[in-house]
Design a binder for this molecule. Structure first.
Ligand SMILES: [Zn+2]
Length: 224
């Protein structure tokens, strides 16, 4: 995995990364029914601790809205990649690279609960089967709508496609901006964090990797 701007490895601090295969689509549930009320209470408390008056008119509905928003931002915990992929695999004699690029995604960094967002590019070389193209952005959604670090998100998408499609190879590249870098800390507004995870032919063959990287760049004149 290449890391261009993020300074520290997070894999060592995230044991889940090592068990990604066994845990695909099956991490602990955090948004059970009835949890909205709990979230609302916590947001009210947060507003109070921040020195606000949760009863003033502008904030009256805020706890409810924030609770709903955070449930949505983390809805990936309720979703399972098997439900998406099952029934969407098709046998085919196509053995050239399939690329779905510029998949917009929004996620929350697990260190600050602040958004990071950008684009995900996915490529794979099928081995006698392909997955419906629309399923790939949905797989990206399942993992991005959870608390994440960009590195793990990249690995989870790649490992899931590898496990479900058993292709000749998979490549995933994510380019993202992190509000925790933009609003606080280093306060760098134009820093793009780039992560990649390559498996099979994409890892072993330079030519395949180069073709993938060239294809995901070709439509992006501004280099993003
Ligand atoms: Zn962060």
């Amino acid at each position: 995995m290449n890391r261009q701007t993020r300074p520290k490895s997070s894999s060592a601090r995230n044991p889940e990364m090592k068990h990604v295969k066994g845990k695909v689509g099956r991490v602990a549930r955090v948004s059970e029914t009835g949890q909205l009320a709990n979230l609302e209470g916590l947001v009210t408390q947060l507003l109070t601790v921040l020195g606000e008056d949760p009863k003033r008119s502008g904030l009256e509905e805020t706890p409810r809205r924030v609770a709903k928003a955070f449930s949505f931002f983390t809805k990936g915990y309720q979703e399972n990649v098997d439900d998406i992929v099952n029934g969407a695999l098709f046998p085919i004699e196509y053995d050239e690279m399939v690329i779905v690029r510029n998949i917009d995604f929004f996620s929350l960094c697990e260190h600050h609960l602040l958004p990071f967002f950008g684009r995900c590019h996915v490529g794979y070389i099928p081995d006698k089967q392909v997955v419906g193209l629309s399923k790939i952005p949905r797989i990206v959604d399942v993992f991005s709508r959870r608390l994440q670090v960009q590195e793990r998100l990249t690995v989870q998408i790649a490992e899931t496609l590898q496990a479900k499609l058993k292709p000749v190879g998979v490549g995933v590249v994510i380019e993202a901006r992190h509000l925790c870098m933009m609003m606080r800390g280093v306060e760098k507004q134009n820093t793009l964090a780039v992560t990649s995870h390559m498996l099979g032919a994409f890892r072993k063959q330079q030519q395949t990797r180069d073709e993938f990287l060239k294809l995901i760049r070709s439509g992006n004149q501004n280099g993003e």
